[in-house]
Write a protein that binds this ligand. Structure first.
Ligand code: PAF
Length: 292
C-alpha cells in the first residue's frame, strides 16, 4: 500500500519507520533540511539495529496516497488540511492527534476519515533518529460514517512488533486518551519531570488523582477504571519526556488548549485542579515567550 505520513516529529518518524518495512512509505515534513537528512540517512530507531529508508518530501510536494496518516501536533492540522484539500484524492485519512481541538475541522472533510490514539512513547533525538521509549498500540476508530473496509485497512497496517487495532466509537477512544493527556502532560510540563516521576513523587501523584477524578466526572467515565489506565500509561512510558514538556523546553506552543482547555469548555461545574493546571501551563508558555 502507498502510505503517506505527515509530520517529522517523534511519532511521525516512529510510524514511518515501522510501516516502511511492509509498505511503500513517504514521510512529508515541513523543513527541507529534515527532508535532506531523511533522504541521506534514512530513519534510525535507536532500539532496533535497522535503518529504514523511506521516501521523504516536503508537504508542498504531496502525492496521491492510498492512506495518509497525519502525525502532526493539533496546531498544524488546519494547515495540513489546506494541503490535503489541494490534492483531494487520498483513499483514507488517519488523524493521530492528542486532544479534541481538531474534531470540528474533521467534520468538513469529504474523504473517509479515521481517528486514532498512539500509546507508544517516542523521543526524537534528531531529524532522523527516534528512540522508542515505550511500547503500546495504535488504536483506530472510524470517524466518517459509512467506512466499510476499516478491518481490511487495519489488517494491512498491523504488524506483530507494531500493533494497530480497530475499536468501536471514536469519541470513547479519544476521551480515554484525553484523560491520559489531561493528567500526564500538564503535570510533567509544570514540574519539568519525566512521566514516571508522576508516580515516583507521591505529591505529584495526589495531583494526578485529583485531575483524573475531575476529568472522569466531566467526561462521564468511571474514575477508578480511568485512574488504573492513566497509571498504566505512566508506567509504560516512565522514561518519556511528554510532548507538553518537550514543547515548553523547545520552547513552542503546547496543546494545552486542545486538552485541558477543551475539558474546561465542556465542563458544567467548577473544576479547580483542571483550572489551576490550565493557568499554570499558560503562565509557563508566557514566561518562555511562546506566542501564537
Ligand atoms: O503526549 C504525550 O507525550 C503522550 O501522549 C503520552 C501518552 C502522555 C506519553 O508521553
Amino acid at each position: 500500500m502507498k502510505i503517506g505520513i505527515i509530520g517529522g516529529g517523534a511519532i511521525g518518524l516512529l510510524v514511518s519507520s515501522y510501516l516502511s518495512s511492509v509498505h511503500d512509505v513517504t514521510i512529508y515534513v515541513r523543513r527541507p533540511e529534515q527532508r535532506e537528512e531523511l533522504i541521506k540517512d534514512g530513519i534510525h530507531v535507536t532500539n532496533s539495529s535497522k535503518v529504514n529508508c523511506v521516501r521523504s518530501l516536503t508537504i508542498d510536494e504531496m502525492n496521491k496516497e492510498d492512506c495518509l496518516i497525519i502525525c502532526t501536533k493539533q496546531q498544524q492540522v488546519q494547515d495540513v488540511l489546506q494541503h490535503i484539500h489541494n490534492k483531494n484524492n487520498h483513499s483514507f485519512l488517519i488523524f493521530l492527534q492528542n486532544g479534541m481541538g481538531h474534531i470540528d475541522l474533521l467534520k468538513k472533510i469529504g474523504q473517509p476519515v479515521l481517528v486514532g490514539i498512539v500509546e507508544h512513547g517516542a523521543l526524537k533525538l534528531d531529524d532522523h533518529t527516534v528512540q522508542h521509549t515505550g511500547n503500546g498500540m495504535i488504536k483506530l476508530a472510524a470517524f466518517s460514517k459509512g467506512i466499510l473496509d476499516i478491518d481490511r485497512l487495519v489488517f494491512e497496517l498491523n504488524q506483530p512488533e507494531f500493533p494497530v487495532v480497530a475499536v468501536d466509537g471514536w469519541r470513547k477512544l479519544l476521551h480515554g486518551k484525553l484523560i491520559v493527556n489531561a493528567v500526564i502532560n500538564p503535570l510533567t510540563a509544570m514540574f519539568g519531570v519525566r512521566n514516571g516521576d508522576i508516580i515516583a513523587n507521591p505529591y505529584i501523584y495526589e495531583l494526578a488523582k485529583a485531575l483524573c477524578r475531575e476529568t472522569a466526572r466531566v467526561l462521564e467515565l468511571d474514575f477508578p477504571e480511568q485512574l488504573q489506565c492513566v497509571t498504566a500509561v505512566i508506567s509504560n512510558t516512565s522514561e518519556n519526556v511528554s510532548s507538553m514538556l518537550k514543547d515548553i523546553q523547545a520552547p513552542r506552543q503546547t496543546e494545552i488548549d486542545a486538552i485541558t482547555g477543551y475539558i474546561l469548555t465542556i465542563s458544567k461545574k467548577e473544576i479547580p485542579y483542571t483550572t489551576f493546571v490550565y493557568h499554570s501551563v499558560k503562565a509557563l508558555e508566557m514566561k518562555k515567550g511562546i506566542r501564537y
